[in-house]
Design a protein around this ligand. Structure first.
Ligand SMILES: Cc1cc2nc3c(=O)[nH]c(=O)nc-3n(C[C@H](O)[C@H](O)[C@H](O)COP(=O)(O)OP(=O)(O)OC[C@H]3O[C@@H](n4cnc5c(N)ncnc54)[C@H](O)[C@@H]3O)c2cc1C
Length: 259
């Protein structure tokens, strides 16, 4: 329970977790309370990286100037100074606790250009920097106590969960259509083989096959073919859509410098 701890931190994003780490390193017993699960905090969406003047060619003053300028001179300059001064050491600290920052060819932390920065200054972990920071080496399992809601209800109703499942199934690939094609093909093939058997049976042994069985075989064949054809049309449509969406979203209307 929070009452048993020296420090209570509200919020389990990167800011809260970093504060918890600092308090724990200073010997305090820490509790963190969070509205959403820690890894669902917005921090997990921070993909691009962290700005810090870690390059020997860089200077925290340049980082601070870019930051003040980027805020249209409205940012708190004292806070910006502290952030930019401490950022390089903080990035190194993060690396020492297990954040696998991207490296350049000489083995140093690689830096990329970020909007508003006058030089390459962004340390990153592929395009999952926030997630990597939330999941550094010191991560461990803690018991999570889920309390019952006292007010309101979850937005995840059965309808929304079903619609999410349908979107996951159908939005990303034509695989369900391919599955339907295969099912249609398989059904038609089996029905065709059975139908051939029925005809051969009649021709060779002269035995009459009951009408309902022949009817089922004919229906299985036509239904299988229908499913196959409809899903093939679906696959064509998906391929056209995929080609259209991967094409550049502009058209060349005029070419200069050539006749
Ligand atoms: C799409 C996206 C991309 C970004 N890219 C970058 C980037 O490349 N580089 C960069 O430096 N920054 C980036 N940012 C900004 C960066 O993610 C945020 O500034 C940073 O993560 C904020 O951290 P935080 O811990 O303060 O907030 P959050 O990560 O939002 O954490 C807030 C925490 O508070 C908890 N909380 C909220 N209300 C309550 C309550 N009433 N009771 C209890 N708990 C509560 C939440 O559950 C959550 O755990 C990006 C942001 C977004 C959204």
């Amino acid at each position: 329970m929070p009452a048993d701890h020296d420090v209570l931190i509200i919020g389990a994003g990167l800011a809260g977790q970093r504060a918890a780490l600092a308090a724990a390193d200073a010997g305090a017993s820490v509790a963190i309370m969070s509205k959403v699960h820690p890894v669902r905090s917005h921090s997990v969406a921070a993909a691009g990286g962290i700005n810090a003047a870690v390059s020997p060619d860089d200077d925290w003053r340049s980082h601070a100037y870019d930051t003040v300028k980027g805020s249209d001179f409205l940012g708190d300059q004292d806070a910006i100074e502290i952030m930019c001064r401490e950022a390089p050491a903080e990035v190194m600290h993060l690396e020492h606790i297990g954040v696998t920052f991207h490296r350049n060819e000489s083995g140093a932390i690689d830096l990329r250009a970020f909007g508003g920065a006058s030089m390459k200054r962004t340390a990153y972990v592929a395009d999952i920097t926030g997630q990597a920071l939330l999941a550094s080496r010191r991560r461990s399992n803690v018991t999570v106590e889920h309390r019952a809601r006292s007010v309101g209800g979850s937005n995840y109703t059965i309808g929304r969960i079903l619609s999410l499942v349908m979107r996951i199934l159908f939005s990303y690939s034509p695989a369900p259509l391919r599955l339907a094609s295969m099912a249609g093909l398989f059904t038609s093939f089996v029905a065709f083989a059975l139908g051939t058997g029925v005809i051969l049976h009649k021709l060779i042994s002269g035995t009459n096959v009951p009408g309902w069985a022949s009817m089922m075989v004919a229906m299985a064949f036509t239904n299988g073919m229908t499913v196959l054809i409809v899903s093939m049309i679906g696959e064509y449509t998906v391929r056209v859509l995929q080609q259209v969406s991967s094409a550049p979203t502009y058209a060349i209307s005029r070419t200069l410098g050539r006749t």
